[in-house]
Design a binder for this molecule. Sequence first.
Ligand code: HEC
Ligand code: HEC
Ligand code: HEC
Ligand code: HEC
Length: 127
Amino acid sequence: MRSFNSNRIVWNWPLVLLVLLVGAVLGMASTAGAAAPRPLLVEKHKEAGLNCDACHKESPPKAAVTAPVCLGCHGDYAKLAERTQEAKPKNPHESHEGEIECQECHHVHKTSVDYCAKCHDFGFKVP
Ligand code: HEC
Ligand code: HEC
Ligand code: HEC
Ligand code: HEC
């Protein structure tokens, strides 16, 4: 009886340690993945000293802000394309889709999206 029990303990410890180790590694991996959310564009603009009324022309803000307002500060599409001509693997501001609305990709108060991902796998990291 006694030797059977101690035998079991000897065999189970490595398994217990393995389970704990795998759990710790998985736990670290999942917190590392969740720990770096992209700052929202509203924060990026605040850092540049720009408040709500830099984009919203009515107070308090109600409507979404569209490309002409964005381009008022960021220049035209040609200028944007120049700024991102080194972007990998493609230039998101110059394509067969033409001059599309900024909000197809950039959101300000929520996470941005990759419009091109509907058809391509470029993996753009949209700020
Ligand atoms: C860089 C430009 C920009 C700045 C700065 C900005 N907004 Fe917005 N706002 C937008 C855009 C674009 C939308 C459309 C939704 C989106 O993209 O997140 C929007 C939408 C909204 C809406 C409408 C709700 C909706 O989801 O459509 C409200 C209300 C709003 N903003 C309030 C604010 C307030 C308050 C501030 C200041 C703290 C602010 N915004 C700063 C661009 C801006
Ligand atoms: C009043 C001027 C102004 C307006 C309007 C404005 N921006 Fe900006 N934006 C800036 C400045 C200044 C910065 C910080 C310097 C830079 O990156 O150009 C910035 C930064 C950015 C960045 C880069 C953020 C990063 O991660 O570095 C993006 C993307 C952007 N703006 C998109 C938009 C979009 C989309 C709109 C319209 C909804 C908009 N901006 C409206 C002035 C403006
Ligand atoms: C198809 C998606 C898409 C659309 C539409 C789009 N952008 Fe972008 N934008 C991106 C991506 C992706 C980047 C990051 C490129 C990189 O990796 O450097 C970016 C970067 C930027 C930057 C930062 C450039 C820098 O120097 O780092 C600004 C400013 C910007 N976009 C403004 C705009 C404005 C304004 C509009 C609308 C007129 C717009 N974008 C439309 C995808 C888009
Ligand atoms: C509705 C689907 C669709 C969307 C959305 C779309 N594309 Fe395309 N794109 C295609 C098709 C179809 C081709 C031609 C077949 C091919 O070469 O993959 C193509 C070809 C291309 C090419 C040349 C081939 C290559 O892979 O180098 C580039 C560059 C490109 N697209 C960039 C973009 C960019 C940037 C966006 C976002 C602004 C975008 N596309 C959005 C469907 C789309």
